[in-house]
Write a protein that binds this ligand. Structure first.
Ligand SMILES: [Zn+2]
Length: 336
């Protein structure tokens, strides 16, 4: 009996050792997998060294491109065709960003398009400025989707009761909201972030003529970095803001692959100096709506893009404008 029992204990002990070995081996393997996805200085460096495919349209050896870490994964940026107004959706690496919400009359279109794109939660809801065609859908978006945090430039629109009410609610702490200014960085993930180029701590002053220029010129201007891919988001910035940004940054820091053309291609913006500095391969324009009321883009502005060899697509002609990138190369196309 004792002999059978000790034999049984020996078998049990052997099994336990084997299982412990499996557990240990499994643990190591999991650990190695996790380490590969954890952001850290070592990880970034090795990824950067293994990247050989050049980004289309970038200046070889430019300081900005050389510093950017390579990114695994895929980012899709869509300038949604919502008539007159901006509504730009970025989805990648498990993160969702929405820049502007379209105008109030486009609420249903915005909702439909966000649902079509399987949006449930928006990690960062960025409002470039509080004109209706950029923020008119804000409440609709907040009511229909989870939102992690709202980001803006902190510039109220004194002519909009809705915006004044929202700013009161921000002040009361009803929403998670952060004001961004030049020099800050909004990071979604390692290698996926926005640099804030404008406005600075001092806002551009109110002009004597139209209040609208003041809001436009204090639009959030963001430079997206996704691996080596870079894109500028400009809201409705006008010439004054373009010159101020050019005064604050060396030209190499402003060069990008794709430019979200400011102010729907209006002649208030896209100065020759600005375009010749940014030197994008593509200019993407959000425009549409009533053709009598909104004559965007301006033919003179389009001719400047053409003269400088910058390819242009518009939501009015091409539908949703879709940019996909893996951080090494990118593709731009329209939905129609
Ligand atoms: Zn606008």
């Amino acid at each position: 009996m004792m002999k059978r029992l000790s034999k049984f204990l020996l078998v049990l002990l052997t099994l336990c050792c084997l299982c412990a070995g499996c557990g240990s081996s499994g643990g190591n393997s999991d650990g190695a997998g996790a380490a590969g996805t954890v952001a850290g200085p070592g990880t970034g460096k090795s990824q950067s060294q293994t990247t050989t495919a050049p980004i289309q349209g970038s200046t070889p050896g430019s300081a900005a491109a050389a510093e950017a870490p390579a990114m695994p994964g895929q980012l899709t940026i869509k300038l949604l065709d919502v008539g007159h107004g901006d509504c730009i959706l970025l989805q990648g690496d498990g993160k969702t960003v929405l820049i502007d919400t379209g105008d109030a009359p486009a609420n249903e279109i915005v909702l439909q398009k966000l649902r079509e794109n399987k949006v449930h939660f928006i990690d960062a809801l960025i409002i470039s400025h509080y004109h209706g065609d950029h923020s008119g859908g804000l409440l609709t978006v907040l009511r229909n989707f989870g939102v992690g945090r709202i980001y803006d430039a902190g510039v109220v629109n004194d002519y909009s009761n809705f915006v004044k009410k929202m700013f009161q609610e921000y002040a009361d702490g009803r929403w998670n909201r952060t004001v961004l200014r030049r020099g800050q960085r909004l990071t979604l993930k390692d290698g996926f972030y926005f640099s804030v180029l404008s406005p600075g701590s001092q806002l551009l002053p109110k002009g004597k003529k139209e209040y609208g220029h003041y809001l436009n010129n204090n639009s959030l201007v963001l430079k997206l970095h996704y691996g080596k891919f870079q894109m500028l988001f400009t809201g409705d910035m006008e010439a004054a803001a373009e010159y101020q940004v050019m005064g604050n940054y060396p030209a190499a820091d402003l060069h990008v692959d794709v430019l979200k053309v400011a102010h729907h291609g209006s002649r208030t913006s896209s100065t020759w100096n600005w375009l010749n500095t940014v030197k994008p391969t593509w200019g993407v324009i959000s425009c549409g709506g009533d053709p009598v009321k909104f004559k965007h883009p301006d033919p003179k502005v389009l001719s400047t893009y053409d003269y400088l060899g910058i390819k242009v697509v518009t939501t009015k002609q091409n539908g949703d404008l879709i940019i996909t990138t893996d951080g090494n190369s990118y593709n731009v196309h329209g939905s129609k």
